[in-house]
Design a protein around this ligand. Structure first.
Ligand code: FRU
Length: 424
């Protein structure tokens, strides 16, 4: 296996490393980095559909944007099947857990609108059936481009393969609601290259998805973050001194951690419109630490780059662990070096008593963090659960230098706009 310097060259940057030593500092249940308990008594957005990853409409700077006073979110969405024989168990009951666990295979992009930044009304599917080139429509980012209401939806077209794509449409408002028009022509942008980013041929469990385009506040250029794994055949990666970091005696054994190879990828646009992209070496790698750094996104604050990404307990490598939740890193310039927030990287994790209560956190520039409810225990032992598939209570964090603090909690799915655009 090639070293980082060989694989990624000397320019333009070397990826920053989330090391095993950093991850050893992760502690579940620290109240300053733990999401308040979600009650099993939560309301659901819809009895017809499950929703999970939530993608608020925003501008290229990351600011959450309403249009003509309407807030808009996109969600990964799948029908609920309470009456489908396929999901009825041997006792004649709806097996909602299995239905929920199968959702990724039928994920579609839907949109919702609201006057209040909560109490979302279902708008419908963004693309008509047959428009998207693959079976699954996975996460991405809707961007409001201008006062004409043009929207570029960047997302991941999955199965077969995984391609970062975009589709252009328009948001139209009336007094009564919002509709999405257009979204008829999907443009493939790029796929994993096998040199910097792992391909399906190199690892059937590869990840390559979740585009998050942005304009760098400093150099003004158009870039895109995405989730990847470091290129190379599965099992060929080396967890060396750099990946281990400064560990105490007795913590040198890396077990089988070479199988965990997550990274946060970055690409730069060669054109103004974001139709032509060049992949660059990852900003951050987690080889030997974790296999998934999903839905990476930025908050630009105090002249710094706050890089957030979601991850799971089950994707941690041998000998390190942490809660499902959002992790963060900070740098003074776009290409790093990045250091883990709070020493460990953990910003907002699930409490250990409810390890799957929420996921897919998105930190917005106003410090509000939205996520969805996955499952919440309904009895003491945690064997009975209630499936969510709906918006979680919004949490507020304060970001201060290299630290973050949970400071407030708001209503379910509260995603207020940071600016309003009046359409022409
Ligand atoms: C996060 C995620 C994304 C992916 C989607 C698939 O919850 O795993 O990375 O795009 O869900 O459903």
């Amino acid at each position: 296996m090639k070293s980082n310097t060989e694989k990624f060259g000397k320019t333009p940057h070397q990826p920053s490393l989330w090391t095993r030593a950093d991850a050893l500092k992760v502690h579940a249940d620290d109240p300053t980095t733990t999401q308040p308990l979600v009650s099993a008594n939560f309301p659901v957005l819809s009895n017809e559909v499950f929703i999970w990853d939530t993608m608020p409409l925003r501008d290229m700077g990351g600011n959450i944007t309403s249009v003509d006073g309407w807030s808009v979110i996109f969600t990964l969405t799948a029908d609920r099947h309470p009456n489908d024989p396929q999901y009825i168990d041997e006792n004649g009951n709806y097996d909602i857990t299995r239905d929920w666990n199968d959702r990724h295979g039928r994920a579609k992009m839907y949109y919702w609108f609201s006057r209040t930044g909560k109490d979302w009304k279902l708008g419908g599917r963004v693309m008509a059936e047959g428009v998207s080139p693959t079976v699954r429509e996975w996460a991405g980012t809707p961007i409001l481009l201008n006062e004409q209401g043009e929207v570029d939806l960047y997302y991941t077209a999955v199965t077969p393969g995984a391609t970062i794509v975009k589709v252009r449409g328009r948001v139209v408002t009336t007094e009564h609601g919002v509709s999405m028009v257009g979204f008829e022509k999907v443009k493939p942008l790029f796929e994993a290259d096998g040199k910097m980013y792992q391909t399906e041929a190199q690892n059937p469990f590869w990840g390559f998805r979740d585009p998050w385009p942005f304009r760098d506040p400093n150099d003004g250029k158009l870039y895109m973050l995405f989730e990847g794994n470091v290129a190379g055949e599965r099992g060929s990666h080396k967890v060396g001194k750099a990946e281990i970091g400064d560990v105490p005696p007795g913590y040198e054994d890396v077990g089988n951690s070479r199988f965990q190879t997550a990274c946060v990828g970055i690409a730069v646009a060669r054109d103004e419109d974001g139709d032509d992209w060049e992949m660059l070496p990852p900003l951050l790698t987690a080889v030997g630490v974790n296999d998934q750094t999903e839905r990476p996104h930025f908050v630009f604050q105090d002249g710094k780059y706050y890089l957030f990404t979601i991850s799971h307990t089950f994707t941690y490598a041998d000998g390190v662990t942490g809660p499902d939740g959002v992790y963060g890193f900070v740098a003074d310039s776009l290409f790093g070096p990045y250091v883990p927030l709070n020493g460990s990287g953990l910003v907002l994790g699930n409490p250990s008593s409810q390890p799957f209560q929420t996921y897919s956190h998105c930190v917005m520039p106003n410090g509000l963090v939205t996520s969805f409810i996955d499952s919440v225990p309904t009895d003491e032992s945690g064997t009975q659960i209630r499936i969510g598939g709906t918006e979680a209570p919004t949490v507020e964090i304060k970001i201060k230098g290299q630290q973050t603090f949970v400071v407030a909690e708001y209503d379910y799915g509260y995603i207020p706009p940071m600016l309003d655009v009046t359409l022409k």
